[in-house]
Write a protein that binds this ligand. Sequence first.
Ligand SMILES: Cc1ncc(COP(=O)(O)O)c(C=O)c1O
Length: 421
Amino acid sequence: MLYGPDPGDDRLRKHVASWLTGFYQPSDPIKEARITITGGASQNLACLLQVFTDPVYTRNVWIVAPAYMLAFRIFDDSGFQTKLRAVPEDHGGIDIDFLKREIRKSEDKAISEENNEPKFKGTRPWAKVYRHVIYAVPTFSNPSFKTMTLNRREALVRLARDYDALVITDDVYDFLQWPASLETKTLSLDKAILPRIVDVDRYLDGGTDRQGADGFGNAASNGSFSKICGPGLRTGWCEGSEKLAFGVSQTGSTRSGGAPSQLTATFLAETLESGELQNHVLNTLQPAFGKRYQKIVQAINKELIPLGVGVPQTDRDVVGGYFIWLTLPRPLKGAVVTQRAKEDENLVVAPGEIFEVPGDNEHASFSHDLRICFAWEEEDMLAEGIERLARVIRGLQNEQDKASEATRPQVAEGESVKDFW
Ligand SMILES: Cc1ncc(COP(=O)(O)O)c(C=O)c1O
């Protein structure tokens, strides 16, 4: 019950390091010096911004969109309200060419404004100030449900190195994975499907300690016990280069108060040491969420796909997370479907628009999309949820058909319909 060490409970750091080594299988084991215990992914995003950014010198925060909307306020708190920029995704995840083009423009602007050094953050030996921040949820994203391909991960790390960017990823759903096939009975997978961005930064082209690099690296991974144990624990971990992991442990509030979540960190160390948590993930969570996923996708295939609803990345071998992203048939709007679903069917879904980056939806707007969650409801409720959603969509489509029938101009002989539509 004393103040904890700045980087967190040693026993938990050690167990997290070996657990991650077993799961992600990097070529070299993950050392505990790469791990800092946090108060969860949200709290640590704030800490990373406090230590590694300057609201003026750091040119932009690039956010893969659609994005986890509760992160926006965290960027706002650190002074980035007018500097948030959306980066669209395609089938493989983040659009690297778009990001490169826009970062170059941002750099040109900084040069013309002589924005050459941090304005508010002095020299601090444990920290550095990055010129850019890139925020992503690369695996089983909330909300897009997509997984970024390995090629994109590597391209992103190279781009981050070229432009002095820190890629902050919330890797909070990685453990919640299962085979995509709806016939599979075995729904447990004990190895990650892809390296995280932070793993890529460690091995790619000489890694974080390559010649000429400052050793901080260009990636920070926010892990969390929220999705695999319980969000009320308020405990997570941050992985990065040893310099970065130490740097974030030196956030002012941690230096004063000691590691966040010190008490619950000791409980979690115990569950990892005994193997109870690993067992819970593998034998309870993955099968339970995998079953729910199978039920909801069967219902989506039966009820929604015939209505013209689209689902991303249907060619994957492994899926996971909590959410599925649905693209509605045009011209249906997510906000209208959401409202009708609540009013007529007592069904809660999230409209795509709330995941747009504030102030920048020009290249990434989601007014025709929805996010649904399959993790919360019991398995036997999910098909009915989708049937209710299908009723709402069918109802709106019928209304549209009737409305356009009423306004359809009469086509005279010799004229074709396309002259009018
Ligand atoms: C992408 C993402 N990041 C962060 C969080 C919050 O994580 P934590 O409870 O560890 O702060 C969530 C929870 O919904 C999330 O989906």
